[in-house]
Design a protein around this ligand. Sequence first.
Ligand code: SF4
Length: 236
Amino acid sequence: MPTRIGPVFISCNPGEQPPRAGMDERKKRARAIERRLAKAYPDARCTLDFRSPLELLVATVLSAQCTDERVNLVTKDLFRKYRTPEDYALAPPGALEKDIRSTGFYRNKAKGLRSCCRQLIEQFDGKVPDSIDALVALPGIGRKTANVIMGNAFGKTTGITVDTHVRRLANRLGLTRQADPGKIERDLVELIPRSKWVSFGHRMIQHGRRVCKARRPDCRHCPLDDVCPRVGVEGK
Ligand code: SF4
């Protein structure tokens, strides 16, 4: 019988937060969560298809507000047609937009990819830099995308990717009280050992997709049941 770490938080007010656990307790809970997720999702990995840092950069930009499955469908043809930053930067007006249309927000995404690739050509000799600071300085590349590229294309651990799933789960699990992804990442890196940052991000995302969904978290079948305070989860 597993020992519960910390109490379940029960409130009639969905906006109410439980008393903040101390650092030691949060660390203990975070480690337990990390171990459970590792057991539940041993093979969790980046679900975007790519063969180079440039392909991962493009796929990650396209994945905003879009499923990875849809992005993989689109990039299957896109990556045959666009092989270098020049191909994106010099694509005829409307062509790139048409090729990425089904990923949504295609005008903004095409604009972002064009300016990003222009900067890669001008400043980095057409190569994606393997530095988090250089990546976040590129147009349209935020810290989430930069962490994805560093961890998955370059095998370098620079932080924890905080997407919409990680943001939701980290709050429900009582690992943060922040809404801003940068602040959530700062809280998580304090709690999770550095060697686990990349895999922890993948596993949280997988758990958010499969079990701890936004509208109907399946708490009854959740491997984190006894370590989760379920902050903000209605009906608990
Ligand atoms: S599914 Fe329920 S128990 Fe599991 S992590 Fe989400 S809120 Fe917690």
